[in-house]
Design a protein around this ligand. Sequence first.
Ligand SMILES: Cc1ncc(COP(=O)(O)O)c(C=O)c1O
Length: 397
Amino acid sequence: MSSRFDQIFNRENTNAVAYDGYKEYLFDASESFPQMQYSQKDLIPMWVADMQFAAPPCVVDAMKDRLQHPLFGYTMNINEDLYKAFHQWCKNKYDWSFSSEEMQVSLGVIPALIGLVEYICGPNDKVLAFTPSYAFFKHATHRVDREFVTSKLVENQNEYTINFEDLETKARDPKVKLLLLCHPHNPIGRVWTVEELKKIGEICFRNDVKIVSDEIHCDLLRHGVKHMPLAKIFPGNKNIITCMAVSKTFNLAGLMVATVIIPDPDLRRIWQKKHYALVNPISLAAAVGVYQHGSEWLDELKDYLDENFKFLEQFLNTHLPKTKFKIPQATYLAWVDFTAYFAEKTHLTKFFLSEAGVILEGSEMFIENGGLRVRLNLACPRSQIQTALERMRKVIP
Ligand SMILES: Cc1ncc(COP(=O)(O)O)c(C=O)c1O
């Protein structure tokens, strides 16, 4: 039976970063750009974390409704509509509550990260994160001239765990003021367990390290997997800031709207003084609409993604048996180890782009500790995944 997610969209001339912005993002201006075996129109984008799927119809309906009122002046999150819709979403999905005053709005999680690093850390302070890491954790830190330090996750038989001794050592440095936690983790796709989250929190809080828990991927779970917001484990704790957004869950990254839960009134005052408070009125309406009506669509999406992951697993087992891969608990991102097939230090982003016409992100995009892995975005029609994998298989040495 065909699915709405099988539909292939042509994104030419839509200013889509996934199609037309990859050179700027993936390659330095100084770097030599690879010779391509495929023309631009035949490239398959499986890199940046947005989806090749249409957004839920309820989003379009919410935006259309808002368009009926033809005034689009300066807009802020003033009434309770977003709070009510988002809070109900969190109650339903995670049995997690917070007050309306704690919820702030940002033009995306990235601007929130940049802001929070600056608001929490002084000029000589340091920010800690686990690696491999979502690259913007480092970029956000450097954007405001703070130092970025890392704790390497430990991989064993495709299972990643936290080196808690190392975390404690790093957290003990009095200059480390903030942990940027990715939960679920991009790129490895783990949902941290309650025990792990408790330990992370205990280590950080006894060393006066605050935690920004970036939970942007929390709705994108494999069926049967549960997400536990870090803040729910530490009720009343003022040192946890939680970021969530409609951007990943419903493929609305271009609308640029995210929610940030800041329980500490002092930090909130700084945020309110410094953080740009305006939002796009259409985006605001879309976020409200999708939190109210998007749950069924999300269930359908999760079914489709579960099958995409099974498809990938089967393909790798059959055709590339020396790869190492485990279906992640969350995200639509597959983290595949190609160590057995390539010489050390091969630039896999360049290789697969130039030889197979597949735009993906090699581990060099995730700061460190990635080995010869690639991150493949599976939020696309299965037929596209199949074509990409067949092309990749053909060129693998
Ligand atoms: C962990 C994480 N945080 C933040 C973002 C970006 O968030 P936004 O688009 O809301 O700025 C991404 C996008 O890939 C992500 O993976």
